[in-house]
Design a protein around this ligand. Structure first.
Ligand code: SF4
Length: 136
């Protein structure tokens, strides 16, 4: 399970050796798509669901993509850090974080277990939807 989890992480993407520093990452569109695809795959693999409010999902995905661009790693966007770069290096809160991988605990409400009252029915979200919901 650990190996398959690792292959689903944003950091394990084949383009991630230069995650946010290559020209292709300019503007963040690529990172958002990488993160969106990771989240869909990971939800399906872990049997978890996106929130019934897609705005929550969109904001978290956008925050993860922004961290990937700015820091080179998809650091959890729902926490406060004294030193974000050090946190990325430590990897504990790089998505999927250790609590998610070990206990399916996602405090951002990106990945919700079946018994969570806030979960929706979907494990997919389109790029258009994310963009629309984070536009304002
Ligand atoms: S709580 Fe963990 S799994 Fe959820 S978005 Fe943050 S890093 Fe990812």
């Amino acid at each position: 399970m650990t190996a398959s989890d690792a292959s689903a992480t944003p950091a394990a993407d084949s383009t991630s050796s230069a995650p946010a520093r290559g020209p292709a990452a300019a503007g963040g569109a690529d990172s958002l798509e990488v993160i969106r695809k990771f989240a869909e795959t990971y939800a399906q693999r872990t049997g978890t669901y996106f929130c019934s409010d897609p705005g929550v999902t969109a904001v978290v995905l956008e925050g993860l993509a922004r961290h990937k661009d700015e820091l080179g790693g998809a650091l959890c966007p729902c926490r406060h850090y004294e030193d974000k770069q050090a946190e990325v290096a430590q990897a504990f809160w790089n998505c999927p974080c250790v609590p998610m991988r070990e206990r399916k605990e996602c405090h951002c409400m990106l990945f919700l277990t079946e018994d969570n009252p806030f979960r929706g029915e979907k494990q997919t979200i389109s790029l258009e939807e994310v963009r629309t919901l984070t536009a304002s």
